[in-house]
Write a protein that binds this ligand. Structure first.
Ligand SMILES: [Zn+2]
Length: 234
């Protein structure tokens, strides 16, 4: 009993120290952090876990390709601004424009990819055809269905959990069978993130549509999208 108590105290102090050690700039992709990886960029601990998962997947016949890993604030802003301007050209109002982008893409400063704990993955053994990150490619005989099934059975053994699973009660981003999160790091990062004042943190005059982004929008986006993740990562 006593040993369990000591373990519990050690664990909670470890989690607490992890949560309190993140600087807000790191949480929103504006800090230079040390990353590892050849074809990807992840925090060292996540990279190590990924390499172990990669090897296990390889032995099972899959060659995991990381389509996206760490993404900086600036990179996310470039993605956002490009989509925003394209939608604008098609005549979309600011509200509709924003809603359309946030079906799949995040507001810069709110992407889990800023943390260095997230990966979007496919199977490199399949020659890519057009957009690879489509959920239908992971189901009903699609090219990435075998990889999805393998990940659902084994990724958690390496600490990786699907962030946006197909759960009917989940709000926010659409189902992303390709997006995996390294939970031992992303859980404390997420908890620390929720303490940020988004309205103050996300002021950016270079962000397309920033003038129409109200406090109310941010508050609802936080609830539906940022918090609309797999309960196992909360
Ligand atoms: Zn992703």
């Amino acid at each position: 009993m006593k040993n369990y108590m000591v373990l519990f105290l050690l664990l909670s102090s470890y989690i607490f120290s992890q949560e309190s050690s993140f600087d807000p700039d790191q949480l929103i992709g504006k800090k230079q952090i040390s990353l590892e990886g050849t074809d990807y960029q992840l925090l060292p601990e996540a990279a190590k876990a990924f390499e172990a998962m990669y090897k296990a997947a390889l032995a099972a016949g899959f060659r995991i390709r990381v389509v996206s890993s760490y993404r900086s604030y600036e990179r996310q802003r470039a993605i956002w601004n490009r989509k925003y301007r394209n939608n604008q050209k098609e005549g979309l109002s600011p509200d509709v424009n924003r809603q359309k982008i946030i079906e799949y893409s995040t507001l810069p400063g709110t992407s889990r990819h800023h943390w260095g704990s997230e990966i979007d993955i496919v199977d490199a053994n399949i020659p890519p055809e057009g957009d690879v990150l489509l959920s239908e490619k992971f189901h009903n005989g699609g090219p990435y269905e075998p990889l999805r099934l393998w990940l659902e059975a084994h990724a958690a053994d390496f600490g990786f959990i699907c962030a946006y699973p197909d759960q009917p009660d989940r709000s926010g981003f659409y189902y992303e069978p390709w997006h995996y999160s390294y939970a031992p790091l992303s859980v404390p990062l997420y908890r620390s993130y929720l303490k940020l004042d988004l309205n103050a943190t996300l002021q950016d005059s270079l962000l397309a549509g920033h003038k129409d982004m109200t406090k109310q929008f941010l508050a609802s986006y936080r609830k539906t999208h940022i918090m609309g993740i797999n309960p196992a990562l909360q």
